[in-house]
Design a binder for this molecule. Structure first.
Ligand SMILES: O=c1[nH]c(=O)c2ncn([C@@H]3O[C@H](COP(=O)(O)OP(=O)(O)OP(=O)(O)O)[C@@H](O)[C@H]3O)c2[nH]1
Ligand SMILES: [Mg+2]
Length: 204
């Protein structure tokens, strides 16, 4: 089976990618499957910068082609926060539950029609002797007053998707893939998959 290495330590993202790559017969590996610990510092101020940083550093360390994902939630009433700091919004521990509590508290007084938000995702592909490419996708919705559903990860329980009329965490993984920022970014990249796959090689 063909394999692709996603340069992420986030198990929730890994699961999203497994579902998204399955129709192509591609098995997803992540940094969690490797023996060495790799954690790239995200010093960029945009999703694109961080995605490129992660992909290029991991590709360099392993000498293979990889895909990275930098993503996050932009809430209009918070002027785009948490944005690139979504994973660390409530502190460096990257606790999804604490991040949700912080957002709910900050939006306590904000009425329903002002709770608009979107997820953004930038995927970067980098490899040896190869120009790095990026692909982006977004998903519009709004922030609920309380958690709904147990699927997904991150802010999924408080992100309502008008197109499915449910919270993201109430969707099956396949339904999430149909409308998600990650699915949209991957759809851009998809056209190039056959050529890209030829150069991915085998991940050990
Ligand atoms: O409810 C959500 N559904 C999603 O589909 C989603 N995608 C991103 N996010 C949030 O944005 C952070 C990414 O930050 P991020 O790109 O730096 O990733 P990360 O630090 O978690 O892992 P890594 O890939 O860098 O190793 C994540 O932790 C989440 O808080 C999501 N929340
Ligand atoms: Mg990160």
């Amino acid at each position: 089976m063909k394999k692709v290495l996603i340069a992420t330590n986030n198990k929730g993202k890994a699961k999203d990618f497994e579902v998204l790559f399955e129709p192509y017969g591609i098995q997803v590996m992540t940094l969690n499957d490797l023996e060495q610990d790799i954690d790239v510092e995200e010093t960029g101020t945009t999703f694109e910068e961080n995605a490129v940083l992660k992909a290029e550093e991991v590709a360099k360390q392993l000498g293979i082609m990889v895909i990275s994902d930098d993503s996050g939630l932009e809430i209009d009433a918070l002027n785009g926060a948490p944005g690139v700091y979504s994973a660390r919004y409530a502190g460096p521990a990257k606790n999804d539950d604490a991040n949700i509590d912080k957002v709910l508290e900050e939006l306590q007084e904000v009425p329903e029609d002002e709770r608009t938000a979107r997820f953004r995702c930038v995927l970067a592909i980098a490899g040896p002797n190869q120009e790095t490419k990026t692909f982006s996708g977004s998903c519009e919705g709004f922030i609920l007053n309380e958690r709904r559903g147990t699927n997904g990860f991150g802010y999924d329980p408080i992100f309502y998707t008008p197109s499915k009329q449910r919270a993201m965490a109430e969707l099956t993984p396949a339904e999430k893939g149909e409308i998600s920022h990650r699915g949209a970014a991957l759809a851009q990249l998809k056209e190039q998959l056959p050529t890209l796959m030829a150069s991915f090689g085998e991940v050990q």
